[in-house]
Design a protein around this ligand. Structure first.
Ligand SMILES: [Zn+2]
Ligand SMILES: [Zn+2]
Length: 176
């Protein structure tokens, strides 16, 4: 397997994003939810021009937006949505760390990833059956309104890498 970038990242990206929808799944920013084929583990898979056949989409977007995946590391979903490929929700971690985080999930969290308490008033069920934080949802809607401000509501490619830069670190830190 190669970690090299595709020769035409723009083309690979368009191919991927054509089957991605931006959905709020209760994380601090919307998930890029893949609506194409998935493997039996629930991870999206597709053929990405330049990256290979049958690549996992979250590995593909990580490589396209963040960079090569260091050898020996796995890509962890900070949002816990397997079909999500938002690069700001992805982090390259060791297998051990990935397993440690998965184990921590078995204990129901009392607070969301941003530190708001899951009180009955602040909790809702999202479309995938997971728990969502109303406070974060409200924040996100506010940001979305500000961003769309007259636009067509279509997330622009341009703001994605910026999100990736600004959110990766604080959201990663709060899971530790
Ligand atoms: Zn996500
Ligand atoms: Zn929250």
């Amino acid at each position: 397997m190669t970690a090299a970038l595709p020769t035409d990242p723009g083309f690979a990206l368009r191919h991927l994003l054509a089957r991605v929808q931006f959905e709020d799944r209760g994380y601090s920013s919307p998930c890029w939810v893949w609506h194409g084929p998935r493997n039996h583990h629930g991870y999206g898979r597709t053929c990405v021009p330049g990256l290979g056949k049958n690549v996992r989409i979250h590995r593909a977007t990580y490589q396209l937006f963040v960079g090569p995946i260091p050898s020996g590391l796995e890509i962890d979903h900070l949002c816990r949505v397997r079909e999500c490929c938002n690069p700001s929700h992805l982090e390259a971690v060791t297998r051990l760390e990935n397993m440690r985080r998965a184990a921590a999930l078995l204990v129901p969290a009392t607070h969301c990833a941003r530190g708001h308490e899951f009180t009955p008033e602040n909790t809702y069920r999202n479309s995938s059956g997971g728990r969502g934080c109303r406070h974060c949802l409200k924040e996100w809607r506010k940001r979305r309104r500000a961003r769309n401000n007259g636009g067509g509501g279509c997330p622009s490619k341009a703001d994605a890498p910026v999100q990736a830069m600004s959110l990766t670190h604080d959201s990663a830190a709060s899971t530790r």
